[in-house]
Design a protein around this ligand. Structure first.
Ligand code: ATP
Ligand code: MG
Length: 791
């Protein structure tokens, strides 16, 4: 019997309510962006708790980012009037699996205090293995092997399970090296990201009792962004869901953007087969975006084939069209966006002021961020970078983390190698080699190997004293951690009772901050801080600042181990900051989020869509890029601005850019083309011409043509005013192909193609042009892929 009516239900529409109230059996919610999938999922959790169907810790809920998990937890709390005890099993796949694996590590030959390696460590380890196997690392790079192994792990393939043609990978040594790598990880008491799921799947498959225990325990399973699960995650879910079969997945096939990382959009399509009798719920009303934004996104995505196809509508009529603007170069783009952000913040566009918190810049590739960071630092515009590992990727941070790791897990050899001679202790290659040999011959960790050498007194001179000090320090710091919290430093036996107790983040022990002081001391006493204080390079002060930042970040955690785990899982560390800031993040990191104002810079072929997706044969990569564009536009609630630059500096070289082909795919009725500012800049909207007219060119279908941007008076004016050589075509005619698939090129027209260069139109074939390229010879391609050549 249901308890008193709950307010969280009132806010939902009929379909959402169905998704919330269908508690028994499998449920699939399949719907487009902004239709309230995540909202419904959150209400469902509240409902489960409210109706007493499950205790908070009997609910397994998987989100895509840690940030999303945090928000969901907060919202469930609000729905229930703040009366929520910990939800230990609400998190990302990785964070949930870390917890599970710590409990059962010994079943896969690990100790419960295992380290999680980052990509750098992984690569370093693979390099060692490749060279030990006498393979030429130049021809067979470690990164490639890392990619292969990740791919296998995403598909839940252990080394023995790699089969068929794949065994020939990496010069026929792929699976062998994979096996060696897994062995080595075990020796190091370490795992990589992929292992978190792989090990759990293995444990569930080989220990029926453990699986059964969790199948019983997790009464309800909920998964957000189901379209982006990979095979390993899918297997893990299926195994767990076979208990109560109360699994509710939500997703959108149009937002599947992790195919490159092994996600299988097919998982969502198979759901009904996997879980017979599933209730399938579709949502069609979009509550996020205004009409034009939604229509622009919907129009764009129709260019993809093989979609399920969904109707979306919104009550939010009117609003501004999606704005499109071309800039001279990347710096100009950053400058303009900076001005826009401030104008919107101050309300000088005749708009109600928009807080910087409500504005976001979403980029395709993280290297695009730098131009914005530089510009915003110059003008003093506060910003935050979200979701990225950027801060934690910095050299000094990685060094500091290696110290922490070694102190937490003394047999973390990779951390040992990283810090043994940083700062310089006179322990060069030769001394390190002796430690390596001693460790290997005696089956010890490097730290213990070093201890042995000291005890034997085989090292001499200054190095010996330094090594002794280093080893003693690490030992002393490690003892402090063991004293503070014995459970984190010793192997914990499997214990069923653990499940019943409020888990780690249920009621947290009082945070005494001793780990923060310890961290500070580690950095001081190891000489690491001093090393940067003595450093005379211009970066040194910034590095010291970063180290302070790092220690500050620790305050939010109960201990060092918890912190290391979170960093390994790429937490963003700025949740406590209160100042208004514009957010900068990648499109991938923006999934599931929403902002009133969104800027989408860098819509240029080769950048977005990425060069890689364009070079690929077939449309798979390109379609994934298009879904990413769809995700980008649909993050915007009220104002969405797409921009591109005509020139970009790539590795110090100026390169001219073609506007993105996705721009051609935007429905014209919903787009406003703005005049580029530049020297005679009309500024915002000044001279911007409305859709449909397009400066004299006749729109043959309802698509925006990139050429129209170039044809705009503002762009031409800008070009003639610039002194830098212009490699964009000066005379550009309409390049789109009309509905019948006929282009308006004539035989003999000169054209330019990004990859093939210049050529001459020889004729047409169906919807393709036949072009004889000067260098590349004859090709057949869609007219949209070439532009008329400059005279
Ligand atoms: P995405 O596909 O981007 O993840 P989503 O389907 O998960 O989107 P939500 O983020 O849950 O959508 O919701 C989008 C917006 O709509 C949010 O601001 C949310 O508060 C609002 N919303 C959801 N459901 C309703 C509703 N029934 N009435 C009014 N607003 C709603
Ligand atoms: Mg969502």
């Amino acid at each position: 019997a249901q308890a008193r009516a709950a307010a969280y239900l009132d806010k939902l529409n009929a379909e959402q309510r169905q998704a919330v109230e269908t508690l028994d059996g499998p449920v699939l919610m399949l719907a487009g962006a902004g239709t309230g999938k995540t909202s419904a999922l959150t209400a469902r959790i509240a409902h489960l708790i409210h109706t007493g169907r499950a205790q908070p810790n009997e609910i397994l809920a998987v989100t895509f980012t840690n940030k999303a998990a945090r928000e969901m937890k907060e919202r469930v709390g609000r729905h229930l009037g703040g009366a929520i005890e910990g939800m230990p099993w609400l998190g990302t796949f990785h964070s949930v699996c870390v917890k599970l694996l710590r409990r059962h590590a010994e079943l896969v030959g690990l100790k419960s205090n295992f380290t999680i390696l980052d990509t750098d460590d992984q690569i370093r380890l693979l390099k060692q293995l490749i060279s030990a196997a006498n393979i030429d690392e130049k021809r067979w790079p470690a990164r490639q092997l890392a990619g292969l192994i990740d791919g296998w792990k995403n598909r839940a393939l252990t080394p023995e399970k790699v089969s068929g043609r794949e065994t020939a990978a990496f010069n026929n040594r792929g699976s062998e090296l994979y096996a060696a790598y897994q062995d080595r990880l075990k020796t190091l008491n370490a795992v990589d990201f992929g292992d978190l799921l792989l090990h759990m799947v293995t444990i569930f498959q080989t220990h029926a009792d453990v699986l059964a225990q969790y199948q019983r325990w997790f009464r309800y399973i909920l998964v957000d962004e189901y379209q982006d699960t990979n095979v390993a995650q899918y297997m893990w879910l299926r195994l767990l869901a076979q208990g109560h079969k109360n699994i509710c997945c939500v997703g959108d096939d149009d937002q599947s953007i992790y195919g490159w990382r092994g996600a299988e959009v097919g998982n969502i399509l198979k759901f009904e087969k996997d879980f017979p009798g599933a209730a399938v719920i579709r949502l069609e009303q979009n509550y996020r975006s205004t009409e034009h934004i939604l229509a622009a996104a919907s129009g764009l995505i129709t260019a993809n084939e093989g979609r399920l196809g969904k109707e979306l509508w919104t009550e939010a009529r009117g609003g501004e069209k999606v704005r499109l603007i071309g800039h001279w170069d990347g710096e100009e783009e950053a400058r303009w966006i900076g001005e826009e952000l401030e104008a919107l913040q101050r309300g000088t566009r005749g708009n109600p002021p928009v807080s910087l918190n409500d504005q976001a810049i979403l980029v395709r590739a993280s290297h695009q961020m730098r131009a914005f960071e530089d510009r915003f630092l110059t003008i003093g515009l506060p910003y935050r970078v979200i979701g990225g590992p950027r801060f934690y990727e910095r050299l000094e941070i990685r060094d500091a983390m290696a110290y922490f790791r070694l102190v937490v897990s003394p047999d973390d050899d990779l951390a040992f190698e990283r810090v043994i001679n940083t700062p310089k202790r006179g322990l060069g290659d030769k001394a390190q080699q002796r430690i390596q040999v001693a460790a290997r011959e005696n089956g010890l960790s490097l730290l213990d190997g070093a201890r042995m050498l000291i005890a034997e007194g085989t090292l001499s001179g200054k190095a010996a004293g330094q090594l002794r000090l280093f080893v003693e320090n690490i030992g002393r710091w490690h003892e402090e951690i063991v004293q503070a919290s014995p459970a984190t430093a010793t192997t914990r036996a499997e214990d069923d009772d653990l499940l019943i107790e409020p888990a780690e983040d249920g009621v947290a022990p009082a945070n005494d901050q001793s780990h923060v002081r310890l961290a500070e001391r580690i950095l001081e006493e190891s000489g690491y801080v001093e090393m940067w204080q003595n450093d005379k390079t211009p970066e040194a002060p910034g590095r010291l600042e970063n180290l302070k930042e790092l220690v500050k970040a620790l305050e939010q955690f109960d201990n060092l181990q918890g912190f290391l785990e979170h960093v390994a899982l790429i937490m963003d560390n700025d949740k406590s900051e209160t100042e208004d800031k514009v957010s900068i993040m990648t499109l991938h990191a923006a999934k599931g989020l929403e902002f009133p104002v969104v800027f989408l810079p860098g819509w240029e072929d080769g950048l977005f869509p990425s060069q890689r997706s364009m070079d690929e044969s077939g449309l798979k990569g390109l379609e994934e890029e298009r879904r990413l564009a769809y995700v980008g536009i649909t993050r915007a609630e009220e104002l969405c601005t797409i921009s591109f630059a005509g020139n970009r500096r790539v590795y110090g070289q100026w390169q001219s850019q073609m506007p993105s082909r996705f721009i051609d795919e935007l429905p014209v009725r919903h787009v406003d083309v703005l005049t580029p500012p530049g020297l005679y800049g009309g500024g915002m909207n000044g001279g911007g011409f409305s859709a449909g007219g397009f400066g004299g060119s006749t729109a043959m279908d309802d698509r925006v043509a990139r050429a129209d941007v170039y044809n705009s008076p503002g762009w031409k004016r800008l070009q003639s005013a610039q002194s830098r050589p212009v490699s964009q075509p000066r005379e550009v005619r309409r390049m789109a192909v009309d509905a019948q698939g006929e282009s308006d090129y004539e035989i003999g027209d000169r054209v330019f193609h990004k990859k093939f260069g210049y050529g001459e139109v020889m004729g047409t074939e169906g919807d393709k042009l036949i072009v004889e390229f000067d260098k590349a010879g004859e090709k057949r391609l869609l007219a949209g892929f070439v532009v008329p050549a400059a005279e």
